[in-house]
Ligand binder design. Structure first.
Ligand code: BYC
Length: 336
């Protein structure tokens, strides 16, 4: 092989001093310096164990959310009102599956296996977004998920493109581009329904009434009750706080609701001239925590569906592994 010639070191024959392993304090200082300079941490770099653990927690939960997030909308693929809407919905749900795969891959670069992450999801140890534990009762829910759920997701995910961990940040760039299409297709589907019959308009308003508050809760607990925020911000994993993102989402969504012709179900929602933001009412945090802790309307159904899909897919994983082994043996035989 010619490439072997490139493996001969330039200083062949000279005595090379082995690199002295840096002491932990020195490594920590270098890490802190990189974070302070807004630099990126890559998989081969030294990082504190707590930083690694936090990233695995957040990225794997994010991946689980994408995969479980396929279910509420997937429920409508066979009942989409036209071929065009069906094709768009299939593509969207497939994109969410793709997002899950980029994110599991990003988490794997931190040394945690996909099997471990899936096991944590299937046994209920890992979290996924609260929003996917609510049912999609009508076709309007599909439009509202695109408009509001994907809209909230983009608001949360754009700052993650600047996350300090390289593989996560790079995965988020593509995810955000696709989420932006998802948000627009949902909004466009609703615009069409709002030009339809009174029954269609009522269906949209009903879906907005059911999803609005759940979307506000998606951003996570208030900053004062968010145990992970301060450290996440210090490490450059989170860039904007839960409450600030929630406010940005409300401010961006109110004018969109006006164009659409729907009412957001909050009597306290009003422009505050002094703050330069919309004020909004109280989120039901008891309901949020009950859902996060497994007691929402669809938690059992969602997990059971994922576990069944995993078991049903075992033969595909077995076949892929057998094929890979065969390819490897063939390559070894040819190389011998
Ligand atoms: N649901 O200290 P905090 C999508 C947990 S999918 C459930 O503020 P952190 C899409 C939190 O994990 C959207 N749990 O935590 C897909 C923590 O518990 P642990 C998913 C929640 O990490 C398909 C505890 O509450 N997006 O876009 O600083 C179709 C305390 O919270 C939730 C992501 O995952 C929740 N809503 O901040 C359409 C984005 N909120 O882990 C759309 C990446 C909080 O200590 N993740 N908790 O046991 C993040 O940005 C952050 O992890 C969060 C929470 C803002 C979610």
């Amino acid at each position: 092989m010619y490439t072997q010639s490139f493996n001969v070191p330039d200083d062949a024959g000279k005595t090379v001093q082995p690199l002295k392993a840096a002491e932990p304090a020195e490594l920590q200082a270098r890490f802190d310096e990189r974070i302070d300079a807004d630099g990126r941490i890559e998989p081969q770099d030294w990082m504190p164990e707590a930083y690694r653990k936090t990233l695995v927690r957040q990225i794997s939960q994010h991946a689980h959310s994408e995969i479980v997030g396929m279910l509420p909308e997937g429920n409508w693929i066979s009942r989409a009102p036209s071929l065009k809407r069906k094709a768009i919905l299939i593509a969207k749900v497939q994109d969410e599956g793709g997002h899950g795969l980029y994110l599991y891959s990003a988490a794997e670069t931190l040394g945690t296996g996909r099997d471990q992450m899936l096991d944590a999801l299937h046994t209920g140890k890992a979290k996924y977004s609260s929003i996917f534990n609510y049912p999609t009762l009508t076709w309007a829910d599909v439009g509202v998920i695109g408009w509001l759920v994907d809209g909230a997701a983009i608001m949360n995910q754009i700052p993650l493109c600047r996350c300090s961990y390289g593989p996560y940040a790079r995965a988020m760039v593509r995810v955000c581009k696709e989420e932006s299409f998802h948000q627009r297709q949902g909004y466009e589907a609703l615009l069409v329904m709002m030009q339809g019959t009174q029954a269609q308009k009522d269906m949209v308003q009903d879906a907005v009434n059911r999803w609005w508050w759940k979307c506000l809760a998606m951003f996570g607990p208030p900053d004062a009750d968010s145990p992970n925020s301060a450290q996440g911000m210090r490490w450059g994993i989170k860039r904007i706080s839960n409450d600030d993102l929630r406010q940005k989402f409300v401010d961006a969504t109110v004018p969109q609701a006006q164009v659409l012709g729907v009412t957001l179900p909050d009597p306290d929602l009003k422009w505050n001239e002094a703050r330069g933001h919309y004020d909004y009412g109280q989120i039901d945090w008891d309901e949020f925590w009950a859902t996060v802790n497994g007691h929402g309307p669809c938690n059992h159904e969602r997990l059971a569906t994922r576990v069944k899909a995993h078991h049903d897919g075992q033969w595909v994983r077995d076949a892929a592994l057998a094929h890979a082994r065969k390819q490897q043996q063939r390559a070894l035989k040819e190389a011998a």
